[in-house]
Design a protein around this ligand. Structure first.
Ligand code: ZN
Ligand code: ZN
Length: 248
């Protein structure tokens, strides 16, 4: 054991810095496999709605939709726009099971959420990954939201529960549907387990991408009905409103 330990020490001394997963250059860090150039070039979300994080041309604004009808979730905490290279990093993690990318995204999200706490955002009591259907989970072999939640849990020291929520209706088939049909389906898509014990808790849903917010809305409705005191959303990336061209 001692020899193995020393061998490991030697190896890490020989290769003390990590390679950037995006440009393959040696990084300045021993902790995160991304270089400072690539990190600063990520599509950081700038002006956005303070509630649903929809990209907007200024800061401190609330989007029209949230003004007309505030969503049931309180706040979306999200570091990036869903655009290059974050979109392809998420796809490679999710559909090609590239764990190092998933770990990197989870670590960076952890830093971002912690930073929001430092700025005064209320900490959630419990993290709940957005579930996949059982069939999809079996096909993919893992749920990317669970992996992100477990990484966030380590960073933020907030517990995570994986089996409070279940999904009965598939998501991807819905992407082609119009907003009204999608909404109707989503009402029946999720279940909160009777043993969930969320009464009085401030919850945070964890997911990879927030698109229309309809999933978060539907889950929030059920969780608040089950007694949760507040629901936030922590996710990697936010899509702009369909059809809008952002001048970034
Ligand atoms: Zn790089
Ligand atoms: Zn909004």
């Amino acid at each position: 054991m001692a020899i193995l330990h020393r061998l490991k020490q030697h190896l890490s001394a020989l290769q003390p810095y990590l390679k950037c997963l995006l440009c393959d250059e040696t990084t300045e860090s021993k902790q995160l496999p991304i270089c400072t150039d690539c990190e600063s070039e990520l599509p950081w979300l700038r002006g956005h709605c303070t509630v649903c994080a929809l990209p907007l041309p200024g800061t401190g604004l609330i989007c029209g939709d949230c003004q007309r009808q505030p969503p049931l979730f309180e706040k979306v905490v999200v570091p990036w726009l869903y655009s290059f290279p974050i979109d392809s990093m998420i796809i490679r993690f999710k559909h090609h099971a590239q764990w190092p990318l998933g770990r990197l995204l989870g670590d960076l999200l952890g830093h971002h959420v912690q930073h929001s706490f430092d700025q005064g955002l209320a900490r959630a009591d419990l993290l709940l990954p957005v579930p996949l259907t059982e069939r999809r989970h079996r096909q993919r072999g893992f749920n990317q939201a669970q992996m992100l939640a477990s990484s966030l849990s380590q960073h933020l020291h907030i517990p995570v529960k994986n089996h409070c929520l279940s999904r009965i209706i598939e998501a991807p088939a819905q992407q082609a549907l119009d907003a009204v049909t999608r909404k109707k389906n989503l009402c029946k898509a999720f279940q909160v387990a009777p043993h969930a014990a969320v009464k009085g808790l401030h919850l945070a849903l964890v997911d990879d991408v927030l698109t229309t917010g309809a999933t978060a809305q539907s889950l929030s409705r059920q969780l608040l009905k089950a007694g949760a005191s507040r629901v936030d959303v922590y996710c990697l990336a936010r899509t702009p409103k369909p059809g809008t061209q952002l001048d970034l």
